[in-house]
Design a binder for this molecule. Structure first.
Ligand code: C2O
Ligand code: CU
Length: 434
């Protein structure tokens, strides 16, 4: 079974807020994707061409407590198929929202019920997983926060979702999606950066938890935060054993970073490198906290994921394609191991609990953010030395990186580039765990 290319291709600033619905515990939340018009300061009154959940872009922030069930009905209000994927959640395979591998595409007007209990507290997100480079690119994404049973004490818990959009010269959303050059290079990069914040003001001395989520389809965000004196506490929803100093951040599409620290001035979010920094978001400082708490030093409680042991299999994932590398096997612009799109046979087959190593080689001229569904993995840094738990790893041009994963979640799991234009044009494979 191979998906043909046609089927794959076609089948901020302050003031832009993430809507915050009160989610009544244990009742079913409905998420309805449909066209929305959005209002952005500095643009025409109503911008058309976008999609949203429940009338909003991004979709509503979903919050559940660790160990509590999440029940969501996807009600398809689009003129095309729909699916929702819960990025980074270790959930039962049939809830993963992936066509071919885990469920049928939900047709227009139909619904599908997602029911699962997120096992790990942390910062996650949900997004369309059907024609995703287009549907996510038009706005079908939202934050999914799983709160610790005993959350760290903070004055504010703020979500910041990053995305970029391509606009036409007259300030409308550019609906010309599927430009060949985009697919063959870094993907569809927008000219308009947006940071969607769940809150716009803080006080001096407040302790703040910032949950950064890169929901752009293709753009890697190089980020610097000003005005917060803090540390990185988690990556991709997974707590770090020891928080690390907050420095320059590089966020590939799909990745998350949790920062906790205290406010020293307006929190400014800059994008870029040393030479050119551009402010793309801001949380204003307003007033002073009369009784600021001490610096938070304890790490967040760990999730107890099994440590990789010596691998029973070593797999290779060779990335090929894109501009300058047309001859790579496979019908698409991109390939994994010379195959474009989902192959009939999985990249690897495992018994539940097996550890595998996967060598990710990127000789292409572009960077790729490799994402594994249903599991987290660790980078192998040396003998018995591992990097932090992640679900998405940025593999830059010319790099070879090795990851280790304990495949303990049965099912058929997608492994793909989270530059969604690359995955739409070939960079996808899968893993079978039984
Ligand atoms: Cu964000 Cu296939 O995933
Ligand atoms: Cu890629």
């Amino acid at each position: 079974m191979t998906l043909n290319r046609r089927e794959m291709l076609f089948g901020a600033m302050a003031g832009i807020l993430v809507p915050q619905p009160a989610l009544p515990k244990s009742t079913r939340l409905t998420l309805r994707p449909a066209p929305v018009s959005v209002h952005w300061p500095g643009y025409a009154d109503k911008l058309e061409g976008f999609l949203g959940f429940n009338g909003a872009l991004p979709g509503p922030e979903i919050r559940v407590r660790q160990g509590e069930p999440l029940r969501v009905r996807l009600e398809n209000g689009l003129q095309e198929g729909a699916l929702i994927h819960w990025h980074g959640i270790r959930l039962p395979n049939r809830m993963d929202g992936v066509s071919i591998l885990t469920q049928e595409v939900v047709p227009p007007g139909a619904y599908f019920d997602y029911d699962f209990t997120p096992p790990d507290a942390g910062t996650y997100w949900y997004h369309s997983h059907y024609l995703s480079y287009e549907q996510v690119g038009r706005g079908l994404f939202g934050p999914l926060i799983v709160e610790e049973r005993e959350p760290p004490e903070v004055d504010h818990d703020i979500t910041a979702m990053f995305a970029d959009f391509r606009m036409t010269p007259d300030g409308q959303f550019d609906t010309n999606i599927g430009v060949t050059e985009d697919f063959a290079r870094r993907g569809r990069l927008g000219d308009t950066m947006r940071v969607f914040l769940s809150q716009g003001t803080v006080r001096k001395g407040d302790r703040v938890r910032l949950r950064l989520i890169n929901s752009a389809i293709d753009r890697v965000f190089p980020l610097d935060l000003n005005g917060i004196n803090g540390s990185v506490f988690a990556l991709d929803g997974m707590p770090l054993a020891q928080p690390t100093a907050l420095e320059h951040l590089t966020m590939a599409p799909g990745q998350r970073v949790d920062v906790i620290g205290s406010v020293t001035s307006d929190i400014s979010i800059f994008m870029g490198d040393d030479e050119s920094l551009k402010q793309i978001g801001r949380i204003a400082m307003n007033g002073t906290n009369p009784t600021p708490g001490p610096e938070l030093l304890q790490p967040l409680p760990g999730h107890g994921l099994p440590t990789p042991v010596s691998p029973s299999q070593s797999l290779k994932l060779l990335m090929r394609g894109g501009e300058g590398d047309p001859d790579h096997g496979g019908f698409g612009t991109w390939s994994f191991n010379s195959v474009s799109g989902l192959p009939m046979d999985p990249l690897g087959q495992f018994r539940r609990g097996d550890t595998a190593e996967i060598t990710l080689s990127n000789p292409t001229a572009f960077d790729h953010g490799i994402h594994l569904h249903g599991h987290h993995f660790r980078e192998v840094l040396g003998s018995a030395t591992f990097g932090p738990w992640r679900d998405t790893l940025l593999v830059k041009t010319g790099e070879v990186r090795k990851i280790a994963c304990v495949f303990d979640n049965p099912g058929r799991w997608l492994l793909h580039c989270h530059m969604l234009s690359h995955s739409a044009d070939g960079m996808a494979t899968w893993i079978k765990v039984s």
